[in-house]
Design a protein around this ligand. Structure first.
Ligand code: 4NP
Length: 155
């Protein structure tokens, strides 16, 4: 059965949509069945497409994320997904606060899946420029590769 993976950042318009796109692409490359989604801990951007700078960096790397729409994380997500992957430490702390008693999802930080980067966070590029979004892309690709390898090995 396909593993279900949910990426969570603050706004669901910059980092987690990029992580979603990176894992989808990596899983396709490796032939691994995954269902991928993303959400934000905050609700400010619900229903909106990703930030135009995130759309641009994804497009530069051959991926179209313009059709994604932001949503807020929900309690049901903790049962619906096998893995919930936070982009930074605050997202992880917020998820731990939200986590219902009957949660089955495994919570982690994206960069925990990258050798030598355990505990590191993917910096929020929202107040940055194009170079910050390029850094975000590099981080989410590294995380997606590690995650895809882990999921592939558990198959
Ligand atoms: P994200 O970036 O969490 O990577 O989607 C942000 C987007 C919006 C805001 C903060 C971070 N905001 O404050 O509106």
């Amino acid at each position: 059965m396909a593993k279900r993976v949910l990426f969570v950042c603050l706004g669901n318009i910059c980092r987690s949509p990029l992580a979603e796109a990176a894992l989808r692409r990596e899983a396709e490359r490796l032939g691994i069945a995954v269902e991928v989604d993303s959400a934000g801990t905050g609700d400010w951007h619900v229903g909106r497409p990703p930030d135009r700078r995130a759309i641009a960096v994804a497009r530069d790397n051959g991926v179209d994320i313009s059709g994604l729409r932001a949503r807020q994380v929900r309690r049901e997500d903790f049962r619906r997904f096998d893995l919930i992957v936070a982009l930074d430490a605050q997202n992880l702390a917020d998820l731990e606060d939200l986590r219902p008693a009957d949660a089955t999802a495994d919570l982690s930080l994206l960069l925990d899946h990258v050798e030598g980067r355990r505990g590191e966070t993917v910096a929020d590029p929202y107040h940055g420029d194009h170079s910050h979004f390029a850094e975000t892309w590099a981080d989410v690709v590294a995380g997606a590769r590690g995650l895809a390898r882990r999921i592939g090995a558990e198959k």
